[in-house]
Write a protein that binds this ligand. Structure first.
Ligand code: NCD
Length: 310
């Protein structure tokens, strides 16, 4: 299998063929993810979950994905409970954990932490979010959700709104969407627009994104609206956060102009970017999106650990 023993640090490490393969295997994992079918295909393997930043979905869905495949999980979730609080470097911690498990899943507040971990670990490392850097497994489940809802990705009008500066989910997602040939619109206040480096990168891949701060001008053309939380924890200055908090709020009134089959996604957690009244509309696909974390992460673990026979 082309994915055996591979690190997943950035979505840029995967080509279109590999992403397609992950989508295919993810589809096969759905009945297992739902508990309709059972397997212990990776029994005896151990996953090390290292979460040095808050997480609900990513952490629990990796854990659930592992259990659904028969993989055991060891974890730490508090830096203060590890020897990092005694001054141990991340490199040394990783070397240790590497010896205790077969695959490491790492979330860390510093951009580049996963790349560093992959350098020091013999076993594969999966990046579960590194600061404002990237979040490749979220991108895979986002793609899977779009593909399931829309049957395609290329040619769709995809509008990303919110904190595009600090949001790692969108940094990864646009790289993949550019490769698939989606039409991209970035909606954010000027201070939270997509960083120039990220825009330049996708332009080199052939994308031609439209940047604006006015959601109301672009919503009617959208096939997919990807809403993000303002990343409060990454603001160096809290007064800057207060200036932009609550700038975009998706409610039924805002969706009046939207296409009937518009799909609204959000990596979650949401604060107040999407009004709960939207949850009951056919547009809302964010809880399905959160569920899709299980089959997609199962597929990744299965391929990385060399699972066979499913
Ligand atoms: C995201 C993250 O951690 O980057 N959450 C997630 O993994 N589903 C988005 C966020 O925290 O806003």
């Amino acid at each position: 299998m082309s994915f055996y023993d591979k690190d997943v640090v950035s979505i840029r490490d995967l080509d279109r063929k590999q992403i397609d393969e992950i989508m295919k295997v993810s589809e096969k994992m759905v009945p297992y993810a739902m508990g309709e079918k059972r397997t212990k295909v990776l029994e005896g393997r151990i996953l090390g979950n290292l979460f040095f930043e808050p997480s609900t979905r990513t952490r629990l869905s990796f854990e659930s994905a592992a259990h659904r495949l028969g993989i055991d999980v060891i974890d730490v979730s508090e830096m203060s409970m590890t020897s990092i609080s005694k001054g141990e470097t991340l490199a040394d911690t990783i070397r240790m954990v590497d010896a205790y498990c077969d695959v490491i899943v790492l979330r860390h507040p510093h951009e580049g932490a996963a790349r560093l971990a992959a350098k020091f670990s013999e076993n594969p490392v999966i990046n579960a979010g590194d600061g404002a850097g990237s979040h490749p497994t979220q991108t895979l489940l986002d793609l899977f959700t779009i593909k399931r809802a829309k049957k395609k990705i290329g040619g769709l009008n995809i509008v990303l709104v919110g904190d595009l500066k600090y949001g790692r989910t969108v940094h990864s997602l646009i790289d993949a969407l550019a490769v698939f040939g989606a039409n991209l619109t970035f909606v954010a206040p000027e201070t939270l627009q997509m960083p120039e480096d990220n825009v330049d990168h996708i332009k080199r891949k052939g994308a031609d994104p439209y940047l604006t701060d006015k959601l109301e001008n672009v919503i009617s053309k959208a096939d997919v609206l990807y809403v993000t939380r303002i990343q409060k924890e990454r603001f160096p200055d809290p007064s800057e956060y207060n200036r932009v908090a609550g700038k975009y709020r998706i409610d039924n009134e805002m969706l009046r102009e939207a296409k009937k089959d518009l799909v609204v996604l959000h990596p979650l957690p949401r604060v107040d970017e999407i009004s709960p009244e939207v949850d009951n509309t056919p547009h809302a696909k964010y809880f399905e999106q959160a569920f899709n974390g299980i089959p997609v992460r199962m597929a990744l673990l299965y391929m990385i650990l060399g699972g066979e026979g499913l």
